[in-house]
Write a protein that binds this ligand. Structure first.
Ligand code: 6PG
Length: 253
């Protein structure tokens, strides 16, 4: 696991974009394609905008890139809460990616369990796998103040899912279902970037790095890629409550 600690938000997102470009380029070199999964939330939005920027957009091999989602709200794609909708507005509508390379979760589908099953089947079809867990080249995650990631919330049964690659947990906090990739898929990725900027994350970041994993039910602590790389991306605000020894170990940029 690496901890990257950015001096400010512009540097934070430029670094995230750089890591994305590197991962995509390496995947295309090695396997002829790059398969990524995007999260939603506010932390991801500046990242999408940066990728759509002229400098970065023209360095991404869009014809070799396939985009999936980490999670989705159970709303239509044009709903303001849609993770796909946010990525489409800020990124996909501004870059030359073919619709056939974009695999959104059907948030409008009811029941949500059917949407999760459809996504699970879509993953198996795309990766041409039946039992083997798919390997994404790059997964972007965020973390909520309660330590959730993807749509895997504390105490959720979806945290225990081992056989399905997508689930549709009911989230009490929102009185709604969500659709989410499950931990076996997330932890099978080649690179996972946990983007955690901002003061609102400082308490949960402190918990993640200080608490005994066995003593908490923080889903973000359960993100442990089996062979892939986990990168925690923090900024000065989200890292502000970390002890000096952990801050010292971080790669400052
Ligand atoms: C979602 C996200 C979720 C998000 C965290 C952090 O659907 O909301 O996928 O997991 O990454 O909640 O959200 P913020 O970036 O808005 O703090």
């Amino acid at each position: 696991m690496r901890i990257l600690l950015g001096q400010n938000l512009p540097a934070f997102y430029e670094k995230a974009a750089q890591l994305f470009l590197e991962s995509v380029a390496q995947a295309v070199r090695e396997r002829g394609q790059a398969v990524v999964a995007l999260s939603g939330g506010s932390s991801a939005k500046p990242f999408f905008s940066l990728l759509a920027g002229a400098y970065t957009r023209d360095r991404i091999p869009w014809s070799s890139l396939y985009i999936f989602w980490v999670d989705e709200r159970c709303v239509p794609p044009n709903h303001p809460d849609s993770n796909y909708g946010a990525a489409k507005d800020l990124l996909l509508s501004k870059v030359p990616i073919a619709p056939s390379h974009v695999f959104r979760m059907a948030g409008e589908m009811e029941p949500a369990s059917a949407a999760a099953k459809a996504y699970d089947q879509g993953l198996r079809a795309f990766f041409k796998l039946s039992k083997t867990i798919p390997t994404f080249d790059f997964i972007i995650l965020g973390m909520g103040e309660d330590g959730h990631t993807a749509s895997l919330f504390p105490k959720s049964e979806a945290l225990l899912e081992k056989d399905h690659w997508a689930a549709a947990p009911y989230v009490d906090k929102f009185s709604a279902h969500r659709i989410t990739l499950t931990l076996p898929v997330i932890n099978n990725a080649r690179r996972v970037l946990m983007m955690c900027p901002g003061a609102s994350k400082s308490d949960s970041v402190k918990l993640i790095f200080q608490a005994d994993p066995a003593s908490t039910n923080t889903p973000a602590q359960m993100v442990k890629p089996i062979t892939g790389e986990l990168i925690w991306m923090l900024d000065q605000e989200s890292a502000s409550k970390l002890p000096p020894d952990i801050r010292y170990k971080a790669e400052h940029f």
